[in-house]
Write a protein that binds this ligand. Structure first.
Ligand code: 13P
Ligand code: SF4
Length: 367
């Protein structure tokens, strides 16, 4: 389901959750967790709200959560606190008997929606005509199961922001060129980092169905799908200049979903996990302006009281779709398990799963 379709849906959260206060809901969540023990597993992405993350059995970035899902053979119910593509990944990587639940079906990802399978099949056909069998498709895990399956079918793999460099290097041992979906920024930043110049990268526009490139197309090494994260795109070079004018000692650290210009100007760039680790290692008294999702930035600021931690963009909001998972929806999901009437189960069909798992395993085997 796309974010647009999901926004058209009303949350079907029953009214009784609206009349409960936080303390009552928290008590019920604790009770149900205790009742189910290891039969219930709640993974939470670092971008989730505090009211949800407090109940997570494990927190992590996309890579860690995929690895945890693949390892967990014990839980019957996995209540995934993250977005739709992460719950799909968990369903693909877990066994048939394990049920994956997304507390709010409207928790999609606008970036994942920027590449649909029909657009991808059409792009592939046109790119094959231009370049022949010289391209390997790689997809950021922030994509639908169908796109992962497409990559699996064509010898490609998934990547996350933690292992994109490793995966892009691997891809070039397989083919001359890569098609990187759906985040142009992660693709560009990673390819540039391993030494591919910008003039060997083209953009594929899925709406116009054409390449954006000046020059001889045979020089193209990297084809970047024209998608982006609407959260990370909001960090700008002006934000960095402003911060440096006001506080020249401030360290600027950003996620590689930010634009190439921002990544080039920042002092440090890396995945969600990398950002967390850098802050952990940083000396007391140091100052950090962070270019990533606000729930995480606020949590880091609360945790590192000996450091100054702010958002790189002072007017930033959290990721809207990540925020759809809240305490009432978490409780609703848990009570549905307790009643034996599951809501919002995420089920990827068998054929899609079979190919998607090839793409995921090519990544997990190298992670
Ligand atoms: P990572 O968890 O790989 O850093 O991805 C960030 C993100 O945008 C998740 O939606
Ligand atoms: Fe998607 Fe960006 Fe939100 Fe991550 S932060 S879920 S990539 S919109």
């Amino acid at each position: 389901m796309s974010v647009l379709e999901a926004f058209q849906l009303k949350s079907s959260l029953p009214d009784n959750y609206l009349s409960m206060n936080n303390r009552q809901m928290e008590e019920r969540v604790r009770e149900i967790k205790e009742l189910f023990g290891a039969r219930l597993y709640i993974p939470g992405h670092h971008y989730q709200k505090d009211e949800v993350i407090q109940f997570a059995d494990a927190t992590g970035d996309s890579l860690q959560l995929a690895q945890l899902a693949a390892q967990n053979k014990e839980a019957e119910y996995i209540v995934f606190c993250g977005v739709h593509f992460m719950a799909e990944t968990a369903d693909i990587l877990t066994e048939e008997r394990q049920k994956v639940i997304l507390p709010d079906m409207r928790a999609g990802c606008s970036m994942a929606d920027m590449a649909d399978i029909y657009q991808t099949e059409r792009a592939w056909e046109k790119l094959q005509t231009l370049f022949g069998d010289t391209i390997l498709p790689l997809t950021y895990v922030n994509s639908t199961a169908a796109i992962k399956a497409f990559c699996g079918k064509h010898g490609g793999a998934t990547v996350t922001s933690s292992n994109a460099e490793k995966m892009v290097r691997w891809a070039f041992t397989q083919q001359e060129r890569i098609l990187f979906l759906p985040d142009q920024h992660l693709g560009r930043n990673t390819a540039y980092q391993i030494g591919i110049p910008l003039n060997e990268m083209a953009i594929w526009d899925p709406i116009a169905e054409q390449l954006e490139y000046d020059g001889d197309v045979q020089n193209i090494k990297v084809i970047l799908w024209k998608g982006h994260c609407s959260v990370h795109e909001k960090f700008t070079v002006e934000n960095i200049n402003d911060i440096r004018r006001k506080n020249p000692d401030m360290n600027v650290i950003v996620h590689p979903e930010c634009s190439w210009e921002v990544v080039q100007q920042a002092d440090f760039a890396g995945s969600t996990n990398y950002i967390i680790q850098q802050l952990e290692k940083a000396p007391a008294g140091s100052s950090w302006a962070i270019g990533t999702e606000m729930n995480l930035v606020n949590r880091l600021a609360k945790h590192h009281t000996d450091k100054t931690v702010i958002s790189l963009n002072p007017n930033m909001c959290p990721c809207l779709t990540m925020n759809r998972i809240d305490l009432p929806h978490l409780l609703w999901a848990l009570e549905s398990i307790e009643k034996g009437k599951l809501i919002n189960e995420i089920k990827v069909d068998k054929e899609t799963s079979e190919y998607a798992i090839c793409a995921l395993n090519r990544m997990l085997d190298r992670a």
